[in-house]
Design a protein around this ligand. Structure first.
Ligand code: TXD
Length: 318
């Protein structure tokens, strides 16, 4: 039986970590594409030469030719510029939409049966553009943002409460921008509400809410926090890990419920827009969007986030 094949479009910071993670987990053979000559070949040669040490039996190769992504099962796209300090994700739309158009054409013409996971920013707009250009069914074109935004929220909760990250459950919805919606009411430690645990720790509901609000605000600004510290470029380890979790769920038909940027068709009262929501990811890609009741405050935050996505997508003339 042939091994699965994973194509990575963009061989920069995230692309390199993606290639290494896919290899270490033996998810399939990896092809790393970039327009820069020799760079993807060099990066993948470096990773492949670690195989005897790490013991992975998959091939990892680099290319500048879209033909080499033929027959890919999953394509992960990071092509595009990252933010510089002081920039918002939305500032990248002009340059990255040109890049995304050419990337989507390359995928459409060379890997027409692939599942596509977009990472490039501004995320919600880039996923929308990729789906339009490829014409792929929406279950096969999705974006990674929510797994990372949720992971950041989970990490802050775990650090605050002094418990293992493994036991924290928390999720963000909405667009991948300043308007994202970390869900406070559903945040739990093995089902025990985080707000209750904070109240135990601090002795008052007021202080618990204050601490929670600070974690929500830090989650929303977490990408910028890393950008500022790095001084050059944006987060790359955690975005790569997050996309690999999505790819793995698809390739192994795990049916994990992961917050995914997916095309909504009436769910949560939203029609025709890509937004972050919990989805079942399996061999059919986005197999199901899981809808659940939001309270009035959550719905208002979600609507606000969707309005920002609509404005951005509208600015591309889509
Ligand atoms: O969670 C998320 N979705 C994100 C998204 C979290 C962090 C960063 N996120 C975004 O991912 C970021 O704002 C960027 O738009 C992308 C890629 O970030 P990365 O840090 O990997 O950027 P690099 O290192 O600049 O790499 C981009 C590569 C680089 O090697 C270019 O040569 C290549 O993209 N590139 C192209 N590849 C293929 N085709 C074209 N046209 C092209 N143009 C540039």
């Amino acid at each position: 039986m042939a091994r699965p094949k994973i194509a990575l479009i963009g061989g920069g910071q995230i692309g390199g970590v993606l290639a290494q993670l896919c290899a270490l987990r033996e998810l399939g053979d990896v092809v790393l594409f970039d327009i820069v000559e020799n760079m993807p070949q060099g990066k993948t040669l470096d990773i492949a030469e670690a195989a005897p040490v790490d013991g992975f039996d998959v091939s990892v190769t680099g290319t500048n030719d879209y033909k080499d992504i033929a027959d890919s099962d999953v394509v992960i796209v990071t092509a595009g510029l990252p933010r510089k300090p002081g920039m918002s994700r939305d500032d990248l739309i002009g340059v990255n939409s040109k890049i995304m158009t050419s990337v989507a054409e390359g995928i459409r013409d060379n890997a027409p049966d692939a599942h596509v996971i977009i990472i490039s920013n501004p995320l919600d707009a880039m996923v929308t553009l990729c789906q339009k250009v490829t014409g792929f069914p929406s279950n096969r074109v999705m974006g990674q943002a929510g797994v990372l935004d949720s992971a950041r929220f989970q990490a802050f909760i775990a650090w605050e409460l002094g418990v293992s990250v493994k036991d924290v459950n928390a999720m963000t919805l909405g667009g991948h921008g300043d308007t994202m919606v970390p869900l406070v009411r559903y945040a739990s430690v093995n089902g025990i509400p985080v707000l209750e645990l904070l109240e135990q720790k601090y002795g008052s509901a007021e202080k618990a809410n204050e601490v929670m609000t600070a974690m929500v605000d830090r989650t929303k600004a977490a990408g910028g926090e890393v950008v500022k510290l790095l001084g050059n470029g944006s987060a790359f380890y955690s975005p790569a890990s997050s996309a690999v979790a999505m790819a793995e769920s698809i390739l192994k038909d795990q049916k994990r419920v992961l917050p995914t940027c997916a095309l909504l068709k009436g769910e949560f009262g939203i029609d025709g827009f890509y937004v972050g929501v919990p989805c079942v990811l399996g061999s059919g890609g986005v197999e199901k969007i899981i809808e659940f009741k939001l309270d009035a405050t959550e719905q208002a935050l979600m609507d606000n986030s969707v309005a920002a996505v609509k404005e951005l997508v509208g600015s591309m003339g889509l």
